[in-house]
Design a protein around this ligand. Structure first.
Ligand code: GRF
Length: 206
């Protein structure tokens, strides 16, 4: 059992990062957020980080629009390593991370995806579930591998799809569970009490 040293990467509002900050403050998660990085200069996640006195920086990822590669990837790794980060938390980070970052933090890059994977990878998982006519939707926290939303699953939570749901109302219901699921997954990682066997993350028994 060791305190996690987290580096958070996000592009948006940062509500998942907030749930991690809150879990740490309540003593429910043995971790410290060393740095927040965003590819979006005016992202709310950076304001949130600063409000909590966490070092929060814009990472210029140009010329790429959808991935973290090249000079920006090198810079990202260098920043994370120099802050002593051991676990990279993708919290609404809207870019594909590439093998170099994954190799720098083996089995230590975690993502949250707003769908019950392997259904509906990619963007707007909740809208995909609604359009498909699903009666159940949810959230997945998983280790990141070289694919898109395809790594071994740590935690999943389901929510019902209600008759009068809109994409917004369903996403809001999923986000309530996201904010429970991410601290829970990080607690498992902090405990060290798990093994990754192929696609399966076996929790407990170590
Ligand atoms: C969440 O729905 C998350 O599952 C997805 O992007 C959204 C980020 O929300 N990957 P926030 O920035 O954490 O509020």
């Amino acid at each position: 059992m060791a305190m996690l040293k987290l580096g958070v990467l996000g592009s948006g509002a940062g509500s998942n990062m907030q749930s991690i900050v809150d879990a740490i403050a309540k003593g429910e998660l043995d971790a410290e957020i060393k740095i927040v990085l965003s590819d979006v200069a005016d992202a709310k996640i950076l304001d949130r980080g600063r409000r909590h006195s966490i070092e929060s920086m814009h990472l210029d990822c140009s010329p790429w629009k959808t991935k973290l590669e090249g000079g920006a990837e090198d810079e990202c790794i260098e920043i994370l390593k120099s802050r002593g980060v051991d676990t990279v938390v993708l919290a609404g980070f809207m870019r594909i991370v590439k093998p170099k970052l994954l190799a720098a933090f083996p089995n230590r890059v975690i993502n949250i995806h707003p769908a019950l994977l392997p259904a509906f990878p990619g963007v707007h998982g909740w809208t995909q579930a609604l359009d498909y006519g699903c009666k159940v939707a949810g959230v997945t926290v998983h280790f990141v591998d070289a694919g898109t939303d395809s790594g071994p699953i740590i935690v999943q939570k389901a929510v019902p799809v209600l008759e009068d749901d809109t994409p917004e109302s369903l996403h809001a219901r999923i986000q309530v569970q996201e904010h429970i699921a991410y601290p829970e997954a990080l607690r498992i990682i902090a405990s060290g009490d798990y093994t990754i066997e192929g696609r399966r993350v076996r929790i407990g028994g170590r």
